[in-house]
Design a binder for this molecule. Sequence first.
Ligand code: SF4
Length: 231
Amino acid sequence: MPTISVDEHTKVEWEEKLTRYFSDDDARTGIHVSDLTLCLRQTILTRLYTPSIPAMGALRFLFGRAFEKLVFSIMLPEATQELEVSEGGIEGHIDFGSEPYDFECKFSWKYVKDDPSDLFEENFWWLDQAGQYAVMRRRTACKFAVIHVQPIPTLMIYHVEWTTRELSDIWERATRGRDYIIGIQEKLKVDPDDMSVLPMRLPSPLSGKMCKGCGVYDICMSLPPKKRRKE
Ligand code: SF4
């Protein structure tokens, strides 16, 4: 048996490269579907500060990209990758714009569930995001291609069908979020130092799930935790 050891030096070097590669130096502009589906505080902070993506987040991103590339080249070569959509000042990119259904590609570290609704409940933002796309595309259904990594990689295709009422609720939430973000941006234009206007930090247990890979975690924690009434 040869001598085997962990090469910490190269590991750290690679992690730093990954982090740099996926960190976004350009200030984010416009309002995107993804800005409205997770943490609104993060949405504002990523416009004020340069996010720093942890190596773990960068790796997950890389997995997702590799999977999308595979789906595009083998399964859906006729689809439009990253199809641009926009409505009511909200912009988005559908993973694969296709007929008659658009596709979203996801990676899941969870086992395949007996009831697929459980998977979508745990990842509620997937449906918020895809629901906004459905509204923009005047559709009521879409498909998800999901690789479940554990216990052995398994590809699942899920069909999602909304009622018009469900889609109208999703769109109503999205436009409310859009207006809220615009309102905060306006206040920050008047007083850029007034961080008391920031949205609240995510409450537990959501924070446990979402904050781990957040690119503005340190900044978020160094600022007031929630909106305060001005003196
Ligand atoms: S650390 Fe959590 S609460 Fe703070 S901005 Fe990021 S996701 Fe939101």
